[in-house]
Design a protein around this ligand. Structure first.
Ligand code: HPA
Ligand code: ZN
Length: 326
């Protein structure tokens, strides 16, 4: 069995995937045309050529522009079905999808439109491929706490359909502390909590996410390597890190995959998972992330197995339902 086949055959969970980040340029253009939305690029090719990022913000500017093509319930459904088809091909048995309601409600798209379309895709993916899934509402951290609370208010009538909350968008200058009260309220509501931290932001943001937001997983977290005490804590407490290697290279967190610290984090005893983040923008879905990382860092098959197992253990699926996969 070659490495690609081995990776595909590993039952795995994807825990860090922004559904808006799976919008391929072809679908973006088709939806924009169908919906009469103007895009800033003239063609699919020009769009792909623009995906040359220098940092997180340079990506986010394009990511929000592309998301403007999504208007109707069926758009969100088609988007998520295309993702699930790819995920199934890559051996994903469970996916926890991030979605960014504020990106859509700010354009006049109703919260329910987004949720209905995504949820219908989740149900269809289970029927068609047996993939289980969860939806995680992400708050945009460049917006205010008040805006976050207003979004939570919109989510409340549907709260049983949402499994957790996260924190994404521009990290620098928007520390987790800004959302301490919002996350406390979300925890009171029984929601799972995660946050992006230590992608571009300092290790102190990871500490804040753990201590102030009480997150159950850290999204990215690669800058933890700069703080020995934090590394030791993450290993001791077995806090899962949802690492996205191809994303990190595309956003210049590391100059190339060979320089990524994933193996170092794994060797330090951290509970590492591999994910795709925004695969339409970063050049690969989860399988490609496993494969290229394994090649660049010379990960053994036992290490890849460990990482896939970590992803199942770190998921928000109760242990009793997880057993058949392990
Ligand atoms: N980081 C922060 N916000 C995001 C990302 C990311 O990698 N992808 C989509 N929103
Ligand atoms: Zn992300």
């Amino acid at each position: 069995m070659d490495l690609a086949q081995f990776v595909r055959a590993l039952p795995k969970a994807e825990l860090h995937l922004h559904i808006e980040g799976s919008l391929e340029p072809e679908m973006m253009f088709a939806l924009a045309q169908r919906n009469g939305v103007a895009l800033p690029w003239g063609s699919v090719e020009a769009t792909r050529a623009a995906y040359d990022f220098s940092d997180l913000q340079s990506f986010l500017d394009l990511y929000y522009a592309g998301a403007a093509a999504l208007i109707h319930e069926r758009d969100f459904h088609e988007l998520a079905m295309a993702y699930f088809a790819r995920a199934h091909d890559d051996g994903v048995v469970h996916a926890e999808l991030f979605f960014d309601p504020q990106t859509h409600t700010a354009r006049g798209v109703a919260f329910e439109t987004v949720l209905d379309g995504l949820e219908r895709a989740c149900e269809e993916a289970r029927e068609r491929w047996g993939i289980s899934s969860r939806l995680i509402l992400c708050f945009l951290r460049h917006l205010s706490e008040e805006d976050g609370f207003a979004t939570l208010e919109q989510a409340l009538p549907h709260i049983a359909r949402i499994h957790g909350v996260g924190l994404d968008s521009s990290e620098q200058g928007h520390p987790p502390a800004k959302f301490e009260r919002l996350f406390a309220r979300c925890r009171e509501l029984g929601l799972h909590v995660v946050a992006h931290a230590g992608e571009e932001g300092p290790p102190a943001y990871i500490v804040e996410a753990l201590d102030l937001l009480r997150v159950e997983r850290i999204d990215h977290g690669v800058r933890a390597a700069e703080d020995a005490a934090l590394l030791e804590r993450l290993a001791r407490e077995q806090v899962p890190l949802t690492v996205c290697p191809l994303s990190n290279v595309k956003l210049c967190v590391f100059p190339r995959l060979e320089a990524h610290n994933l193996k170092q984090l794994l060797d330090a005893g951290l509970k590492i998972t591999i994910n795709s983040d925004d695969p339409a923008y970063f050049g690969g879905y989860i399988g490609q992330n496993y494969l290229e990382t394994a090649q660049a860092l010379q990960l053994s098959r036992a290490e890849l197995k460990r990482i896939a197992r970590n992803s199942l253990e770190a998921s928000f699926v109760p242990e009793s339902l997880r057993a058949p996969w392990l």
